[in-house]
Write a protein that binds this ligand. Structure first.
Ligand code: GAR
Length: 208
């Protein structure tokens, strides 16, 4: 059984997709051990509570320095003894100690086809605003392992989504979630839980 910790900052629709995936059998061999948020008001925390999943908030606002916050965050994660950390809309820079400790055991969902529209400053709605400004016709989402860079780790799954004429960032964000994120994040967890993802150098190999 793969024990996962899901880290969130906001609405938690990706967390919901994971919860639903575990319930309806799309994600197998997996237990959601806990949910951690940096934001006390995140609706994601409500979703955890409603589903009986232990959750806690570790906010940078509660600590004197970033170093102390980083320590507390790692302590909170370690407390769940996870096999895999899932960053599901977690909009905080991951402490280097955590990326080192959980190398190839931490994944992230990013709302673009990496390497487009990713890296520093590209998160949430900003990604979709940038895609519309650039006028691309195809966007999508990526699940990748987290390394020391921002959105640079080995890619596990990607799914493309078409831009439609007249899209606003909000409309496009929703379509990318529905048609890509909520599908590939649960799928990636299921693949990992069943030992089907192998990382070699900077690439992954999936056994279907
Ligand atoms: C999602 O679109 C996720 O891909 C994005 O934040 C949103 C969270 O939504 N993550 C990033 O931008 C990470 N760089 P949710 O809270 O409803 O799952």
């Amino acid at each position: 059984m793969l024990k996962i910790v899901v880290m969130v900052s906001g609405g938690g629709t990706n967390l919901q997709a994971i919860i639903d995936g575990v319930k309806d059998g799309k994600i197998t061999n997996t237990q959601i051990a806990g949910v951690i948020s940096n934001n006390r008001n995140a609706y994601a925390l409500k979703r955890a509570e409603e589903n009986g999943i232990p959750s806690l908030c570790v906010s940078p606002k509660d600590y004197e320095s970033r170093e102390i916050f980083n320590e507390k965050l790692l302590e909170a994660v370690d407390g769940f003894e996870p096999d895999l950390i899932v960053l599901a809309g977690f909009l905080v820079v991951i402490p280097p100690e955590m990326t080192a400790k959980y190398k190839n055991r931490m994944i992230n969902i990013h709302p673009s086809l990496i390497p487009s529209f990713c890296g520093k400053g590209f998160y949430g709605l900003k990604v979709h605003e940038a895609a519309l400004e650039r006028g691309v016709k195809v966007v999508g989402a990526t699940v990748h392992f987290v390394d020391e860079g921002t959105d640079t780790g080995p890619i596990i799954l990607q799914k493309a989504v078409e831009v439609q004429q007249g899209d606003t960032p909000e409309v496009l964000q929703r379509r990318v979630m529905e048609q890509a994120e909520w599908i590939i994040l649960p799928r990636a967890i299921d693949l990992i839980a069943n030992g089907k993802v192998r990382v070699e150098a900077h690439r992954t190999w999936i056994e279907e």
